[in-house]
Ligand binder design. Structure first.
Ligand code: EPU
Length: 417
């Protein structure tokens, strides 16, 4: 297994290009299932999760051609309606094929994703929503088996604004007969991006970016050419890295309007942030001030930035409290950060972080994607050489992260297994 070795103590300086968003790419690529003909996608990030979704789509019968950020997907000959356990267990987001398969083929058999390191992550709201659209749903042998001759529009209320749940239901409803209104939907930029792609295909969706979506079903959709939006979590990770190391970094090809909560809070820590069109400049302050944050659905502070922000607070002046309200077990990075000298106490869904003057390097290992990123950030400011193990988590969601850090002056390398 690959490792990343970081020598701490080098402020980051320079410019870095942000890639396409993993969590926008996954549903948008899956949306190819909904139409005949060749869809063309650009700015597709070269990530393990994107490879996993391409393998799944290919196994369903889609034809895929991918190179250098360009992906062509033609699902005209899609015939298989099953997403097997072996693919779904590698990536929970595989559940995204459930709604589109049902809409396109009238049936879908998808392995239940199960829990993951950060929480139980049920899919009950995906299933309840599809049942409201007229699907008959059974759980058998660890699989969801869904069928419907043609889905029918209906009112759906989501008890919690689930991101992939909203995406699944949106993709099912676009081909349903009649009108669907989904209330309390997620408002993430990735939802807006998917709705825009579907509308470009000929769907009739209104309300994206608000908490109510109105979808008028259409009979068929057409293929499209679209560019994947920039990854706001990669952007945020580099912003925090710049503030943490007292650096001076400009992020290119990113969207400041997708990161208001993070920009606000990193600004409160003492960094100077200049947000322009497609660019964000971050200059670290002399000292890092402690700031309390609480993760919330968009436009609140993103749970996917909680671990990275905690590293910043670990070396801030004073005490801060970080509350995690989205996932019940998303403090798994804390024990590794403590091994690097961080002073953190977890109580339920809150972490109390007493800033320390310095972290000290250690061999550490990550159990999920954003936790891996946080350990690399910790390594950037720790005294000595940090060894981050289980880098495959990182490769699921960050493209060449260590190479981007090297260009910014960090002393970091990957050791191949
Ligand atoms: N929930 C339910 N029932 C459901 C669905 C969700 O109770 O049917 C709960 C979850 O247990 C959780 C909350 O609702 O407590 C929110 O979960 P959500 O469904 O929104 O998460 P997700 O769609 O599984 C996506 C991202 C995650 C990101 C979350 C929250 C993708 C592929 N994944 O997951 O990204 O953390 O939204 O913003 O879009 C990551 O990239 O590292 C990552 C984990």
């Amino acid at each position: 297994m690959d490792k990343i070795i970081v020598q701490g103590g080098h402020p980051l300086k320079g410019e870095v290009d942000i890639g396409g968003a993993k969590n926008a790419a996954l549903p948008v690529l899956v949306a190819s299932i909904l139409c005949d003909g060749e869809n063309t996608y650009t700015n597709v990030p070269n990530l393990q999760d994107v490879k996993s979704i391409a393998i799944l789509l290919t196994s369903l019968g889609a034809e895929i051609d991918a190179q250098d950020g360009l992906m062509r997907i033609d699902a005209s000959r899609i015939k298989n309606h099953e997403a097997p356990y072996d693919l779904v267990r590698k990536m929970r987001a595989s559940i995204l094929v459930l709604g589109p398969l049902l809409a396109r083929l009238g049936k879908a058999r998808v392995s239940l994703p199960g829990g993951c390191a950060i929480g139980a992550r049920p899919i009950n709201l995906h299933l309840k929503g599809l049942a409201r659209l007229g699907a008959s749903i059974e759980l058998k042998h660890g699989y969801v088996e869904a069928s419907a001759r043609r889905l029918k529009g209906n009112d759906i209320y989501l008890d919690t604004p689930t991101v992939t749940g909203t995406e699944n239901l949106m993709m099912a409803a676009v081909l349903a007969q009649g009108t669907t209104v989904i209330s309390n939907v997620a408002r993430e930029p990735e939802i807006v991006a998917l709705a825009e792609v579907l509308n470009k295909m000929g769907a009739k969706i209104e309300g994206q970016g608000t908490s109510i979506l109105k979808i008028e079903g259409v009979k068929s959709l057409n293929p499209v050419s679209v560019e994947i939006i920039p990854d706001r979590i990669e952007t945020g990770t580099f912003m925090v890295a710049a503030a943490l190391t007292g650096g001076d970094v400009t992020l290119r090809n990113c969207r400041a309007d997708h990161l208001k909560a993070l920009i606000h809070n990193v600004g409160l820590t003492g960094a100077t942030i200049a947000a322009g069109l497609n660019r964000i400049g971050v200059v670290g302050g002399k000292e890092i001030a402690s700031v309390d944050v609480k993760t919330l659905p968009y436009p609140g502070f993103p749970t996917d930035m909680q671990a990275q922000f905690m590293v910043l607070m670990s070396v801030a002046k004073g005490l801060s409290i970080i509350s995690e309200t989205i996932f019940e077990n998303r403090f798994i990075h804390v024990s590794e950060l403590k091994r690097m000298g961080a002073d953190i106490t977890v109580s339920g869904q809150a972490s109390m972080i007493q800033g320390v003057p310095k972290l000290s390097a250690a061999p550490v290992m990550a159990t999920d994607l954003r936790a891996s990123a946080s350990l690399i950030l910790a390594g950037l400011v720790a005294e000595g050489e940090t060894q981050v193990n289980r880098v495959y988590h990182l490769d699921r969601g960050y493209e060449s992260m260590e190479k981007k850090f090297v260009r910014l002056g960090a002393v970091i390398k990957r050791v191949r297994a």
